[in-house]
Design a protein around this ligand. Sequence first.
Ligand SMILES: [Zn+2]
Length: 261
Amino acid sequence: MPSAGPRSFRSAQAFLVRSADAGETDRRVTFFTRTDGLVSLMAKAAHRSRKRFGGGLQKYFLLDVSWTEAPGRMPVLESIALLESFWEIVTDWERVRHADHLLELAAALFPQPGPKPKAFDVLLAGIRSLASGDPPPVPARKSEAALLAVAGWGPNFSACRRCGLPIGDISTSPRGRGVRFVPSEGGVLCGNCPGGEGTRLSLGAVKTWSALQASSPGVLARVRISDIILEELQLVIPKYLEYCLGRPLRSLGGSSASENP
Ligand SMILES: [Zn+2]
């Protein structure tokens, strides 16, 4: 019997990623948490009584979530407390779209259970930036680059992935001009190396993308991205994400073109 097993009580800082009806009164809710990664919980009687969870079962809130686990059954949500609201996001459709994108991304890049403090901090910084009114593509590209790096996807910008010519030498070598980013290489190719595939990147864009791999929220906040470099990164980072995930990103509509100002 489920009740015979030992029950354990857990709590974590969390963002609601998605929720869906489960039967007439319950909801199945999925959170991205700092200490446990992606967690799916049963929210009992979530419909019957909004008081039960204080109306806090919403996205764009930093929550403190408590739940109980018992062997052989789905963990049960016990309580939620609001730590910080980013409700300003819902005032603007572009902010909503990009916030949903970051939530989907964190869940997709980090599906394994276990502590995810770095990814969580990047997500929190991105959501906070969106709520504060920063132009949505800026926190989006920053968070994407940082999350990719935390997840181990790089890319590696130290040298040409084929011939090993250091990135610093590519710009000065006469034949090395024209760095191309190639998703399947996880990095850039120099002009000497064959293959017409890939997207041309300026050295400035490569340097900016490298800086964003630091993934510290403090560094991310300080990195300035010019409009020109933002446009370049717009063309490669979401595409690389889709390559890494092996599927299109639903939350951005699968089209980077719609993001151009
Ligand atoms: Zn090369």
